[in-house]
Ligand binder design. Structure first.
Ligand SMILES: Nc1nc2c(c(=O)[nH]1)N[C@H]1C(S)=C(S)[C@@H](COP(=O)(O)OP(=O)(O)OC[C@H]3O[C@@H](n4cnc5c(=O)[nH]c(N)nc54)[C@H](O)[C@@H]3O)O[C@H]1N2
Ligand SMILES: Nc1nc2c(c(=O)[nH]1)N[C@H]1C(S)=C(S)[C@@H](COP(=O)(O)OP(=O)(O)OC[C@H]3O[C@@H](n4cnc5c(=O)[nH]c(N)nc54)[C@H](O)[C@@H]3O)O[C@H]1N2
Ligand SMILES: [Mo]
Length: 680
């Protein structure tokens, strides 16, 4: 018998594709894009590969215990044993310390389904713990836009069709946001121009009308140069500046002092080129800017975002159709907060913080070196929806921390490099194996994810794992957890979705099976020009003190090349790389460099290069390209399956300039890593 189900890809991705899943005799036999969703009606290469990923031979579907971290001596154990032992550890920690601060949660966005919040719910239910919070991804960018606009809003993705000029600044949608390319191409056919600003001639840059090869981390200076020309040549919108912005006169005074020759010297972009770009920006109406991950992963990324957004404000491109900033919006995620507001058993004193029970100890995500020095120290770590050994900066520091923690539990589908250092591996079900809901932070589409097949082997959803653990804890130590274990997953979904129902025009989330719905955010944000800042106006960044251009220059003396690790079309962060299904598709990991550098160190195409810095050294074959700048090298993220190393072991933990405004901690400047090269 063949049945069709509605699913949705829960990856941390802009697309959140709706999927139609064909199931025969309990097995998935086909997946394709759901035609109901005009935006994501076809899937990306990773999406189609999910069919193989679900049944991949290396997927782990039984709980396991490792006899000595990193030894590989795993034994299959029962859920009963796994949950009992883990529960006993938690009870012991509390007994020993009288609190649960030695328990740490490290979670990110490996799955954006609503039920993922059950993990926070569970930990809230047992007490105040240590949480690694913030975002390795958007913290800097969201903070910056929050400061400028009061809230990070964006237009409908289709609004790009109305633009006369599209600037893609530090992003590579041809690989990371493929669905959007259709609209970019269509806008171009209608006459819009496409500008790409990226140190690398990416697949997106290759399709642009104008490509600016910027030096990494010099976006702030380029944006200031453009703003200076806009001012000098009177390409500004006075009505917006006078009526709806704050701090313009100070910002203007600052621009008056900007020396274009100095900007040219810093950015290596000629004054002529800066002028041309500024004129294009000033004379194209409407103009829209896409802000990608590249800029915000640099030390001055936050300020750069603010000055780049100021280009839109100065030219009157805010609040107009075809204008604005395309980044992300978490306004689409205003759920009831049921999981977040679970209070620990027996607690009455708790203050509200961002709708969440407060009292936990917080530490920024990725800060594993600091984690090791907390007092009281961490004895128990739960990792879910995240692969920090592969993705956090300084992998060796992460490994050291994992090694030092008494009990590490990793919930995942695959034995990731983080899981290799766990004591317990809990096998989670794939999204085809339980019901959930995903709402997109890019196009605000809300989609149901139906249970299409039974969980493989003994795998369980994270929600079931947390619920069962709460039951087990209370059996061993009555009252340990206040998690409402009787509530079914569907009850939770209904409760969390309640505030969303009127915004989606539905009364029950099952209506999403047959109906395409988007959260009712405005197609074009800020049309009323009422900003959500304290002043109610668009805020220019006043903290900017010019002359202080070298906020962070890295260790360029010893390590002359800047290293960028960027995303690959065939992998998703660290995912798909350990899965056999992507072998052969994902290109071999190579270090991309300019022939001049290759010549300097005496290597030819395919020969091995040692990339090294203060953290580590890595050997990779060279791939030569004249399109590369002569002072940077690039490695594509997530291609290193079958490699013996973690690439992030050479990536430094460098703070960005912003992040707290969104996520209790600074963002991560992955792209401020410097290396040297030598023939291996
Ligand atoms: N296929 C695929 N899609 C994905 C992902 C994936 O891993 N694979 N990951 C998802 C996630 S988590 C995210 S955050 C998004 C990210 O989506 P994008 O923003 O498109 O991310 P990147 O590929 O990191 O692109 C960043 C670009 O910035 C450039 N860059 C680096 N440093 C600088 C700089 O200092 N200035 C400027 N102007 N540019 C710079 C890089 O060369 C790169 O081309 O993609 C999502 N989609
Ligand atoms: N050098 C460098 N490092 C970077 C970046 C960079 O540009 N350069 N980019 C950063 C960015 S933007 C991001 S977003 C981060 C991403 O870093 P991560 O969040 O670690 O991303 P993934 O590698 O996708 O890991 C997600 C993990 O969740 C697992 N998973 C999937 N579904 C589920 C589920 O339902 N339950 C559970 N328990 N697990 C599940 C997957 O199998 C996978 O192991 O990486 C950051 N790291
Ligand atoms: Mo990300």
């Amino acid at each position: 018998m063949e049945l069709t189900y509605s699913n949705v890809c829960p990856s941390d991705c802009r697309a959140s594709c709706r999927i139609k899943t064909k199931v025969r005799n309990g097995k998935i036999v086909g997946i394709k894009g759901d035609p109901l969703d005009e935006y994501t009606k076809t899937l990306c290469v990773k999406g189609y590969a999910q069919l193989n990923k679900v049944y991949a031979p290396d997927r782990i579907v039984h709980p396991m215990k490792q006899n000595g971290k990193g030894t590989g001596r795993w034994e299959q154990i029962s859920w009963e044993q796994a949950l009992t032992e883990i529960a006993k550890k938690l009870i012991a920690v509390k007994k020993r310390n009288n609190n649960l601060f030695p328990v740490c949660l490290n979670k990110y966005l490996g799955n954006m389904g609503l039920l993922s919040k059950s993990i926070e719910g569970f930990f809230n239910s047992i007490g105040f713990i240590t949480k690694m919070v913030g975002s390795p991804c958007v913290a800097t960018g969201v903070s910056a836009l929050n400061l400028s606009f009061g809230k990070c809003k964006k237009p409908f993705p289709e609004d790009m069709l109305n633009a006369d000029l599209i600037i893609i600044w530090g992003g590579n949608p041809a690989w990371t946001t493929t669905h959007q390319m259709r609209y970019i191409f269509e806008a171009r056919e209608k006459g819009a121009k496409l500008v790409v600003i990226d140190p690398v001639l990416t697949a997106t840059a290759a399709r642009s009308d104008f490509y600016i090869q910027i030096k990494p981390g010099r976006d702030l200076e380029l944006a200031l140069g453009i703003a200076k020309v806009l001012l000098d040549e009177d390409l500004i919108d006075r009505d917006f500046l006078i009526g709806y912005s704050n701090g313009w006169s100070e910002f203007k005074a600052l621009l008056e002092k900007v020396d274009l020759a100095q900007i040219e010297a810093i950015t290596d972009i000629s004054v002529v080129e800066i002028r041309n770009l500024a004129r294009l920006i000033g004379n194209s109406k409407p103009m829209t800017i896409w802000l990608g991950a590249g800029v915000q992963h640099t030390a001055t990324g936050g300020l750069a975002f603010r000055v780049i957004s100021a280009l839109s404000a100065m030219t009157g491109n805010i609040g107009v159709s075809g204008g604005n900033i395309h980044y992300a919006t978490f306004e689409a995620w205003e759920f009831a907060g049921e999981f977040a507001s679970i209070k620990p058993a027996g607690t009455t004193t708790s203050t509200e913080n961002k709708g969440e029970v407060h009292g936990h100890r917080y530490i920024g995500t990725g800060r594993f070196a600091e984690l090791m020095f907390l007092e009281p120290p961490i004895d128990f770590l739960w990792v879910a929806y995240h692969n920090p050994v592969a993705q956090a900066p300084d992998s060796n520091a992460v490994k050291k921390a994992l090694d030092s923690i008494e009990t590490v539990v990793v919930a995942d589908q695959f034995l990731t490099s983080t899981a290799e250092l766990a004591d317990y591996f809990l096998p989670v079900a794939s999204h085809y194996e339980y019901e959930d809901i995903v709402v997109s932070y890019w196009h605000y589409g809300a989609a149901i994810n139906q249970k299409a097949i039974e969980p493989l082997g003994e795998s369980r959803s994270d929600f079931e794992i947390m619920r069962e653990l709460a039951i087990k804890l209370n059996k061993l130590s009555p009252g340990f957890s206040s998690f409402p274990v009787k509530r079914l997953a569907s009850d939770w979904l209904n409760l969390e979705m309640e505030p969303q129902y009127p915004r989606l025009g539905i009364a029950d989330y099952h209506e999403l099976i047959d109906h395409y719905r988007r959260v009712d955010l405005a197609e074009v944000p800020w049309q009323d020009k009422k900003f959500m800042t304290p002043s109610g106006k668009y805020e220019f960044p006043l903290e900017l003190a010019l002359g202080n251009n070298d906020l962070y220059v890295g260790e360029t003396g010893i390590y002359p090349f800047r290293l960028l690790r960027t995303r690959n079309f065939a992998t998703h962060n660290s995912q798909y790389r350990v899965s056999v299904c992507m072998k052969g598709l994902s290109e071999k990991t190579r270090v991309l460099l300019h022939p001049e550098i290759a010549n300097l160190i005496g290597v030819e195409e395919g020969m091995k290069v040692k990339i090294y810095n203060q953290l580590n050294e890595i050997v990779l074959p060279a791939s030569l390209s004249k399109s590369m700048p002569t002072d940077i090298v690039v490695v594509y993220l997530g291609c290193e399956f079958e490699q013996e190393f973690e690439f992030n072991s050479i990536i430094a933990l460098v703070d960005t300039d912003l992040g707290e405004e969104y996520a209790d901690g600074k963002g991560l400047a992955f792209n401020d890593t410097y290396v040297n090269l030598v023939r291996a």
